[in-house]
Design a protein around this ligand. Structure first.
Ligand code: ADP
Ligand code: ZN
Length: 761
């Protein structure tokens, strides 16, 4: 069947990329039944080493490759249309090349989940029968009611208490779902029917959207008039979109400066022109509010790609994006691969966020790949941040990105005052709890007295990050990883945050048999307890990965938004873009915590975290107040985040990077090696180092080779990890050496296993 996406293939042979860890493609013959029905981007089933695998056709050829006598035939095609548009396929080929990663694995990472093992029945036309048991069947949409107000006046009609309350709930936003009434109204159907009989409400039965991002209805917003810097940014981006200039931008705007409004306007323009757009956000689960703003502007015809989608929902989303019926895709890093038709714009919000780096399997950086995809698609790429990464800002300074600035908050609110509390001088406050100093205690008290809300940020979950036996002083460690076990008092366990190993809290010390532990350090669980003890009247909630898996992120944030929480204690989750009007105080419990990481980006990371978390305070009429508690009050990352001085921080940081030769002045490649025994891992890494030295650039020092060295987490899930770091200011030479390593890895390092990480974080 000829298709709209790619030219049908007339050649007798095709090259197929398979999801196997081999950096090559494989030739198969096109069977009679499929002549003229395949295109580049089609998914096909083939035999490979006696297994059936689903692969992707990436090119065709008139003859077999030289030296190859015969080829197996393609067993069947999975769908009548190619899964990958030619634009997407071309980009993914470039991405595989850039990361020196097997194309088949890149394609598998990009495609919606497909059942590789389970094969379907082959039909005479060469296509495979759709499998009945596809994981995540289309969910039978359950029915619900959409309820709306009428123009009738309730004041003139006698209502019972339940009826009045139900009416108020619907009236508050003009419409509601049956589910919105359930928490407060018993038997809501009967109540709504009664109100409808009185002419106060109308309702219609509709299929409920099973997707949590679409469950509650939103009202169309009234777009604010852009202020002059916003207008300038919008005009520049829009002009570039229409001129099809494929130009990359950096939108640098302080927290609350109205960057999202710029995205909305640019995307609106793209939609109007019939094109498509992608918005990448760091963590989709933390951004229901942002999705709400997009629905308010564009309605529900947007695709929100998130991990809770079933395989079937994901395929539906792909279908509607590919066909152009839905023009906007929003999601975390993997939304980069959304098959948006006629792609004109990619926005990367909070481009500095480390979660854009995929850190297993196909290791890619979604921000860098957004620039690449936009380049190949002829689309505009907008990177937005209040605290751009050093690499990105450097690129802007070099003229490789066009810099657009939003220097002040859109609502006219001022950036909050930040007080730095030196923990070496202030130990415990009046509560006596470690890590709640006098000044922080006083600030919380002031905030609560004023009826405002506070957020306290501490980037460690659990009760204590580590515990030590009181008898012999031995630290409780994970048996499989080289890390301390974290005490989770609520769950009554000591837990490894890497492999999830856990054991009961009260157990005899494996070394001496003693049953008492000493707690070292403070985690969010303990912080919550101290705040509850110090402020018994306050309603304290916690947001971290432990509570997220229970009550759910959305539910906690919802309670905060409704004013049902006075103090929210949490990890990084509290630092992301929640825009909550009642929050006037943000306390960073240990501002220098992330400086301790053995990483040249530690300072940058700390600055970003602090500046972002400080931006959570005082976003509405209430002026914000921020407290940083720290043992290093003079550290530039702490000091300059407190004065909201990005430019100064950048200038200092980029200088020190230049001095020590780190990115953006050099590029890095890491070979990661692991094995069941330490000497095997070290030996294999040594072999890679030898391989690297075969290149003249390494012998002459143009490419530096550092290692073999144990990885920062030398033992993880029972395996030993080693590293080899390549570093060079010359990108081309570095790639040549990396390619040598890839070839060596392909020849095998058994029993060790190795992978390359290009531009590691
Ligand atoms: P950012 O994405 O930079 O953090 P937002 O786009 O979330 O900022 O804007 C912060 C607040 O300012 C939001 O409540 C938004 O509705 C409001 N806002 C944005 N642009 C304007 C404007 N031009 N006039 C008035 N309010 C605005
Ligand atoms: Zn472990």
């Amino acid at each position: 069947m000829p298709n709209s996406l790619g030219e049908p293939i007339a050649d007798p042979f095709v090259e197929v990329a398979l999801p196997v860890p081999l950096r090559r493609v494989f030739t198969y013959a096109v069977p009679e039944a499929l002549h003229g029905k395949l295109a580049c981007g089609s998914r096909v089933a083939v035999s490979f080493n006696r297994r059936k695998l689903a692969g992707v056709v990436v090119s065709s050829r008139a003859e077999l490759p030289e030296g190859v006598k015969r080829a197996l035939s393609v067993a069947g095609a999975l769908e009548p249309e190619p899964v990958f548009t030619s634009e997407l396929l071309r980009f993914l080929e470039q991405a595989a090349k850039y990361y020196i990663h097997p194309l088949g694995e890149v394609l598998r990472a990009a495609a919606p989940a497909l059942p590789t093992g389970a094969m379907k029945r082959l039909r005479a036309d060469g296509f495979l029968e759709p499998e009945e048991s596809l994981p995540g069947q289309r969910i039978a949409h359950h029915r619900t009611w959409r309820i709306s107000t009428t123009n009738a006046e309730a004041a003139e009609i006698r209502l019972g208490a339940r009826q009045r309350r139900a009416f108020e709930i619907v009236q508050a936003s003009g419409s509601a779902w049956l589910e919105d009434l359930r928490p407060e109204i018993k038997n809501p159907r009967a109540v709504v029917r009664a109100l409808a009989d009185k002419g106060l409400l109308t309702f219609e039965e509709v299929a409920a959207n099973p997707d949590p991002f679409f469950r509650t209805p939103v009202h169309r917003d009234r777009p604010p008039t852009p202020n002059p810097p916003q207008q300038l940014a919008i005009d520049s981006i829009v002009e570039s979109i229409h001129a099809r200039r494929a130009e990359p931008f950096l939108l640098h705007g302080v927290t609350g400066s109205g960057k999202t409004e710029v995205y909305l306007r640019a995307i609106d323009e793209v939609r109007g022109a019939g094109g498509g757009a992608i918005l990448l956000v760091p963590e989709i689960a933390l951004t229901p509010q942002l999705v709400g703003r997009f629905r308010a502007r564009f309605g529900d015809d947007i695709a929100v790609l998130h991990s809770a989608l079933s395989a079937r929902q994901r395929e539906d989303a792909w279908q509607s994006l590919r066909s152009g019926r839905v023009q906007v895709a929003i999601g975390a890093r993997s939304a980069l691969f959304a098959p948006v038709a006629d792609l004109r714009l990619i926005v990367v919000d909070e481009e500095h966020d480390p979660s854009f780096k995929q850190d297993e399997g196909f290791r890619y950086h979604a921000r860098d790949m957004a620039l690449l995809r936009a380049h190949y698609a002829g689309a505009v790429c907008v990177l937005g941040s209040a605290t751009p990464s050093i690499e990105t800002y450097h690129r802007a300074n070099e003229g490789k990105l066009r810099l657009l600035s939003l220097p002040s908050r859109a609502t006219g609110a001022r950036l909050p005052e930040v007080e730095i509390v030196d923990l070496r001088r202030h130990r415990h406050g009046p509560s006596g709890h470690a890590l709640v100093s006098g000044p922080l205690h006083a600030a919380i008290a002031r905030c609560l007295d004023a009826g405002h809300q506070a957020i306290l940020f501490l980037n460690r979950r659990g009760f204590s990050p580590s515990v030590r036996c009181s008898g012999c002083g031995v630290l409780a460690e994970c048996p499989a990883c080289s890390v301390a076990l974290t005490e989770h008092r609520g769950q009554g366990v000591l837990r490894c945050h890497y492999c999830d190993f856990h054991r009961p809290l009260v157990v005899a010390c494996p070394a001496c048999g003693a049953k008492e532990y000493e707690h070292l350090g403070v985690g969010t669980e303990q912080l919550q307890q101290s705040v509850e003890e110090s402020f018994p009247a306050a309603r304290v909630a916690r947001l971290d990965r432990d509570t997220a898996s229970g009550e759910g992120v959305e539910a906690v944030l919802d309670r905060l938004r409704k004013g049902e929480v006075d103090v929210l204690v949490g990890t990084q989750m509290v630092t992301k873009g929640h825009d909550i009007a009642g929050v006037s105080l943000v306390g960073v419990v240990l501002a220098d915590q992330s400086l301790a990481f053995p990483d040249f980006r530690a300072s940058e990371r700390t600055f970003q975290l602090l500046a972002q978390v400080a931006g959570r305070a005082g976003r509405a009429e209430t002026p914000g107040e921020v407290v940083f508690q720290t043992f290093q009050p003079d550290h530039p990352a702490v000091r300059l985040a407190a004065s909201h001085d990005y430019e100064r921080f950048y200038a200092e940081e980029v200088e020190s990077r230049r001095e020590v030769g780190y990115p953006p002045f050099t590029r890095l490649v890491t070979a990661r090696v692991h094995a069941g025994a330490e000497d095997e891992a070290r030996r294999a890494t040594g072999l890679l180092a030898e391989t690297a030295r075969q290149h003249a650039a390494v012998r002459e020092g143009a490419v530096q080779v550092l290692g073999p060295a144990p990885a920062p987490l030398a033992r993880l899930r029972g395996r030993y990890h080693y590293r080899l770091l390549l570093k060079s200011p010359d990108r081309k030479l570095l790639r040549q050496v990396a390619a040598l390593l890839a070839a060596r890895i392909d020849r095998g390092l058994a029993p060790a296993h190795a992978t390359l990480d290009i531009d590691p974080l």
